[in-house]
Write a protein that binds this ligand. Structure first.
Ligand SMILES: [Zn+2]
Length: 464
């Protein structure tokens, strides 16, 4: 009842504790996160900039924040109330009771980023073994409804990430519930994911037709064990593209494996919607994806469309190869991502790859007219008139039309069954496409898998 005051101290409450290492442990070196970030406050004090360092040009330097780039090994002894379980990074070496309290000894088996949490709670525990990784889920005993579903998501994510992006270096991955008043949906910390109760544990998942937000959230935080913990970045423009965009891509790959491509298509519809709403509401000029810094609608929502579009264009193996190449570099920037993706593209694909990553490009694809005529042999001559266009948005927000000459998929369906789906080269202006089918189609969709950023996606489908 009532409302929650800001800044109240709620790290320690009756049934549990959640302490971030930054609250109580030292870090050596420079804390870039303590710098003033408000451009006006910086101007008042004669300080330059205010946003992340530029990637290119004289301004490029990329400060290393010590909390983002300090590796430590920890050995922690934690005591807690007799009815609680205490958690810290590393392998649980032993537990004992003394003085009416429970004691836990944790020691890391491999270096971790110096940004971790210690928690304690009256947890219920669920476990699942995924290869060499013990998945442990710690939750409020009353919040058990989605536990199996969350473990399914975590197991699928660990399996997919290990097969494609390298071995997970620890023996366990813990998923731990925290209260809903924490400001972030989840904290992806070493060997542990702290997830808010309202972001997974309490989500109503009974309708299978709705987006699987639970699997998606769990997969996202698991993927950060690779993008964010294995690959880490300097505080620079585009850093979020490495940490968040690649994680977003992995999240959707896991959902695709669990729920199928159609389910991901529904999620991409939401991503496109959020991108278009985000750019409409942004009071700053939109930058290219590779420069994304504080614009979440770019490094999450646009990135989802662009990376799935690149997978469609280049093939999954090529995109994986580019990402693994990036992971070999110490502190890669988003320029390295662009470079690795260009390297796996065929020469004729490179201009398109570059324009999606290094420019702001919008498409407008539209079904203008459809006809289907029965032939004397019983088959159907189908004619589609597809209007297509593409434009580039410059730094001032002005749009210039660009030539278009790209293979884009067009799907013909009847009662939800796909009759014909393949790529046709579309050029700017009106395209006329003729197809012969065995069955009369009932609907046509341009770009059915949402591989392009279409400013007006509602006119991409039409009936016959
Ligand atoms: Zn994230």
């Amino acid at each position: 009842r009532g409302f929650v005051a800001r800044q109240q101290e709620d790290s320690v409450i009756a049934n549990g504790t959640f302490l971030l290492s930054t609250r109580g442990f030292p870090t050596l070196g420079y804390r870039g996160s303590y710098e003033l970030s408000d451009p006006r406050e910086r101007r008042k004090r004669g300080l330059p900039g205010g946003s992340a360092a530029a990637l290119e040009g004289a301004d490029a330097h990329g400060a290393v924040d010590s909390t983002l780039d300090e590796w430590v090994e920890t050995a922690l002894t934690v005591s807690t109330s007799a009815d609680q379980i205490a958690l810290a990074p590393g392998n649980l070496e032993r537990t004992w009771e003394r003085g009416g309290r429970r004691w836990f000894r944790y020691r890391t088996g491999a270096p971790i980023l110096n940004r971790f949490a210690i928690s304690s709670g009256r947890y219920a525990v669920a476990r699942r073994q995924q290869g060499h990784v013990a998945l442990e889920l710690y939750h409020h005993p009353a919040h058990a409804a989605n536990v199996a579903h969350m473990l399914d998501g975590a197991a699928a994510a660990v399996d997919l990430m290990e097969r494609r992006f390298g071995r997970y270096p620890h023996r366990q991955l813990r998923i731990v519930e925290i209260p809903s008043y924490w400001p972030m949906a989840g904290f992806a910390l070493p060997e542990a994911i702290y997830l808010r109760e309202d972001r997974g544990f309490l989500t109503d998942t009974r309708d299978p037709g709705r987006p699987d937000l639970v699997a998606r959230r769990v997969a996202h935080e698991v993927a950060h064990q690779w993008f964010g913990h294995r690959v880490h970045v300097v505080d620079q423009e585009g850093a979020a593209v490495i940490v968040e965009s690649l994680t977003k891509y992995a999240e959707l790959l896991v959902v695709e494996r669990l729920r199928g491509r159609e389910h991901v298509r529904q999620l991409l519809e939401i991503e496109l919607d959020r991108y278009l709403a985000g750019r409409a509401a942004d009071s700053y000029p939109e930058v290219a994806l590779y420069q994304a810094d504080r614009q979440a609608y770019l490094y999450y929502n646009k990135a989802a469309i662009v990376l799935f579009g690149l997978r469609d264009l280049l093939g999954e193996a090529a995109v994986d190869h580019a990402i693994r190449g990036l992971m070999q570099e110490p502190r890669p920037t988003s320029l390295a991502l662009v470079r690795h993706l260009l390297a796996v593209a065929k020469p004729e694909q490179r201009p398109l790859v570059a324009s999606w990553l290094r420019e702001v490009v919008l498409y407008d694809l539209r079904v203008a007219a459809t006809t289907a005529h029965r032939r004397t042999d019983g088959r159907f001559d189908v004619t589609l008139r597809i209007a297509a266009g593409r434009s580039r948005v410059d730094a001032r927000g002005t749009e210039q039309p660009l030539p278009l000459n790209e293979p884009i998929e067009i799907a013909l369906t009847a009662e939800g069954k796909v009759l014909d789906s393949r790529k046709h080269v579309l050029r700017q202006g009106m395209n006329v496409i003729r197809v012969t089918l065995e069955t009369r189609p009932s609907e046509v969709t341009v770009d059915p898998w949402i591989t392009r950023i279409d400013r007006n996606p509602v006119d991409n489908g039409q009936g016959f």
